[in-house]
Ligand binder design. Sequence first.
Ligand code: SF4
Length: 370
Amino acid sequence: MQHLYVHVPFCVRRCSYCDFSIAVRKRIPARDYVDTVLTELRSSHATIVDVQTVYLGGGTPSLLPSEAIQELLRELSPLFRVPRSDFQVEVTLEANPEDVTPDNAHAWHAAGINRVSLGAQSFDDTVLQWMHRSHDAARIGAAVHALRGAGIENISLDLIFALPDELHRDWERDLDLALALRPSHLSLYGLTIEPRTPLDRWISRGATHAPDEERYAEEYLFAHRRLTADGFVFYEVSNASLPGFRSRHNSAYWSGKPYVGLGPAAHSFDGKTRRWNLRAWEAYRRAIAEGRSAVESEETLTEEQQALESVYLGLRTVEGVAVAALRRPSPPPHLAAQGWVYEEAGSLKCTPEGWLRLDSIVNDYDRATY
Ligand code: SF4
């Protein structure tokens, strides 16, 4: 079984908080991009068969013309697991709201896209401008309606929380507006200050302030209560879904399954070795055009690293990590005493308060266990 990620690096501008590997372009070199990715696919040493999920992520995959998306999926589909009546390959497209027109939505659906992850981020126009997003709040609702109208029901919304105080962002209002659109899935990310982003520069020169940890914790826990009351399950620290709508692709990452990545900066993992492609679009394109490997580097995890990674990934999820798989079967006592972890049905799990401290919990575990 395989999970396939395709990285589409293009964006029309850089959002204020973003440090992803992107190529800012007014005109998207779609023909060049599709040819390059398909060449990488054909020359890939990985045996890609029995694909169960495909994720077109970015960057902004929805900037590709719909014909390019159709061509990509047409070429990939022979690798898909043969559908059964009870199984459908999950094909996700990351989209920005301004790209979701009724025509595009119909073309994506016809191409095989059955899940869309929409970069909403906020329903406050002032906040969206501050983020350098290229949509306004009204576009988010229009995008959801266009997707539904085209038959794409599995819709996820991304929202960012813990913004600087001076923006006066009303988090409760944003969650209410998101829920009113009846998405099947929500991904919530706390704002982080990444080096060399516009936001990092604004903070360095005192033009804005880094969000505080208290706001982060308050908004995260509020969202947890609010979404749970609406029938959502936080099945991972940052992801909540209605029953039956978990992201199968991302769940594969969190359960340590192998995956293959195509495109610049894409990562692949075979269960032991992780490889990643050249980050910059031009360097990646040149390597493929010259018949060289696009892999920039790789690391093979030691047994200890694999064990620690499985603790980290397991604790991110609602399933937790099997106690039997831990070298030290009971958690360091102070973690349980603080109410950050608990044991249930043979697994160690984080509470929402624990998820706020996931890194330090895993560090404590690392020191205590290995
Ligand atoms: S659209 Fe996404 S990938 Fe592109 S700059 Fe904004 S946050 Fe980064």
